[in-house]
Design a protein around this ligand. Sequence first.
Ligand code: BGC
Length: 734
Amino acid sequence: MNSFIDGLMKKMTMDEKIGQLNLPGSGDIVTGQASSSDIGKKIREGKVGGLFNIKGVEKIRAVQEVAVTQSRLKIPLIFGMDVIHGYQTVFPIPLGLSATWDMKLIEQSARIAAVEATADGICWNFSPMVDISRDPRWGRVSEGNGEDPYLGSQIARAMVRGYQGKDIALNNTMMACVKHFALYGASEAGRDYNTTDMSRIRMFNEYLPPYKAAVDEGVGSVMASFNEVEGIPATANKWLMTDLLRTQWGFNGFVVTDYTAINEMVTHGIGDLNTVSALALKAGVDMDMVGEGFLTTLSQSLKEGKITQKQIDAACRRILVAKYKLGLFEDPFRYCDINRAKTEIFTAAHRKVAREIAAQSFVLLKNQQNILPLKKAGTVAVIGPLADNKENMPGTWSVAADFTKATSVLTGLKEVVGGQVKFLYAKGSNLDADSLFEERATMFGKSLRRDSRPADIILKEAIDIASQSDVILAVLGESAEMNGESSSRSDISIPKIQQDLLKALLKTGKPVVLVLFTGRPLTLTWEDKNVPTILNVWFGGTETGYAVADVVFGDVNPSGKLSATFPQNVGQVPLYYNHKNTGRPLPEGRWFQKFLTNYLDVSNDPLYPFGYGLSYTNFTYSDIKINSATAKGNQKVNASVTVTNSGKYTGKEVVQLYIRDVVGTVTRPVKELKGFQKIELKPGESRTISFDITTGDLKFYNNDLKYDWEPGEFQIMIGGNSRDVKSVKINWVK
Ligand code: BGC
C-alpha cells in the first residue's frame, strides 16, 4: 500500500492533492448526467475526493466512471452517506436502538445497514453518532445513545464492528465515521450548534469515552463537530484533532469536517476563509465537506507559507489510504454491483430483524392494571395524528428510506391481528394547533397530511369512534422531524392539542393506551398521572407498525430500558443519573429542605430514571452476594444477584451494575454504570447473574488527567434501573 501511494503521490500536482481533500455537495445527480453536470467537470479536473448522499447504484457507478476514465490520474472517488439507523430497511432511531441494551442486535442492525448501503454503491458511512447528551431539548439526542458514557461506548464499538466487519475491503462492509468529534451533545441550552464549554476532567470522564471506544475499535474516519471546544471550533482545534485524537489515542484514519464547517468558522469569528481553511488543515482535518475552503484557498496559503506541503501531503495520503483500504484502487466498482442492489436491499430477512429490533426498543413506561397486553378480540379504536402515517415511522435521518414501504401503526395492527380484532380509526387532532409549527416539523416529505377541518370537528369524530370501542390506542407524540438536526425544543411536552385529545379520550371512560412517538425524553408528568398505560415506541423504523402490533397484543414482551433520564419538567434539565453528590445533597425521596440542593417547585427526582422500563412480567432481585468485602491490588471481586421472574409472562430483563467510588482525590458521581446483562426468564424461573469487577472498572481520569483507580470504599449496586438497586460496600486497597 505504502509504495503504491508513494508512487501515486509522486505523479500528483499540488492541485490534484488538494482536490482529494474536497468533498463537495453534489446534491442528487440526475441519472445520465454524471459527466455533463458541474460535478462531472470538477471530477474530470481532479478536484473531487469523494461525494455523499447520492442514492442509487447506477448513479454512483456513472460518477465513478467519470473519475476513473476521464480524470488525469484516474483516482476513484469515495462515496459517503448518512446511513444512521439502517439503509432502506430502517431500524429504530439510535436513541431507540440504545434502549434495547442488546449489543448483538445493534451490531446486527449496523451489519444489515452495511450490506444494503454497499449494495447500492456506498462505501463510507457517517455513523455512528456517539455524542453524549444530557439535554433532551437538543433535537439530536434522537441520533445518539443517550446520557451514559459506558453504554455509549459499548454501542459505539458494536456499530463500528457492524459497519466495518473484519475486513473493510469486502464489498459488503463499509468504512464507519464516528461523529461529531467532540462534545456536540453538550451545546448550551440544548440549542443546536450552540457553544459548549466544560472542564477537561468532565470531558475525559463523561463525554469523550464513546469516541475513544470507536477509535479503539478501529473506526476508519472521524467527523469534526460544529461546536467550539475551549473557545476554538472543533474543526480548527489542533489539541482535539491532533494531540488528543492522533497522538494520545493513536487514531490513524482521516478526519472530515461537518457540512460547511470550515466556512462557518468565519462566522464563528476566527478569521477569513483563507485563515480558517489553513487553521483546519493545520489542526489535523483532512477533508472539507461542501464548503470548498480547502479547494479554493490552500494553494494560495501554501505560496504564502501559512501551511506546508507536508501538511497537504499528510491529509492527501490519509484519504488515499482510506480508498486503498476500501479496495477502491483494485476495483473502483467494488460497491457497484447492480445485482446486489436488486437482491440485497429491503429483503424479507432484513425486515424480519428490523421488526424484532423495533419491538425490543420499545419502553413500557407505565402499565396500570395490566391493560397491556391486549386480548386479540373485540374492537380497538386507533386514534391520533401518528396512527395512520407511514412517512414518520422511519424517524429522523432516514435518507435512503422509501417512505411508501414503511408500515403505519394502523396497517401493522390490521395485518397482524386484523382477523381477530376490529380496528376503528380517526385522526383526532393535528400534530399541533399551529400550522406553521407543523410545517417545520414535517419537512423532508414527512407530511402528516394536515386536516383542515375545525379542531372540534376532528376531535368529535374521534370521540364518536372511540365510544364504539373496547380499548383506545392513542397514537401520538412527536413527528419524526420534531427531533433530529436543528430541531431543538424549549418545551419538551406533547403538543397541547394532542394532550387535549388524550384528555377527551380518557373522559370516555374506556381504557386508554398511549402509544408514544418521540425522539427525545419528553416531560410526561401529566400523562404519567392520568393515563393508565404508556408504551414509548420512539420511531421504530420501516417495520414500526408490525412491531407495535407484536408488543401491544403480547406476542413480544417489552424489555427496552431508557438510556436517557426523563425529567418531570424542562426546568430540571440537565438531569442525569450519574451526577455528583454536591456538599448539600437532598436525601432521596424528599422534596424540599432549606439550604440543600433542590427546587422550591419540583423534587429532584426524574419522572423515569436512566435504565428504567417495565415488562408484562415482574422481576425480583435478591440481595447482592459478594465473594469478598475486601480486595487488594489486581484481585477481582465477584458480585451476584438472583433474579426471579415472579410474573406470568416470559420476559427479558437488563440487569445493571453500578459502582460508586465513595471517596476520591476528585469528587466522583453518585453512581456509574459499569456492566449489564440482558437475560430472558420464564415465569417462575430464577437465575444468578454475576459480575466480575476489576480495578479497570474503578478507573477514572483524575485532576492530572491520569487514568487510574484509587483505593478506598466502593458501593456496588445492582438492579433493573439506576434508581431501584440493591447495594453492598467493599473496600479495595492498593
Ligand atoms: C450533519 C452530519 C451529517 C452531514 C452530512 C450535517 O448537517 O451534522 O451529521 O453527517 O450533515 O449529511
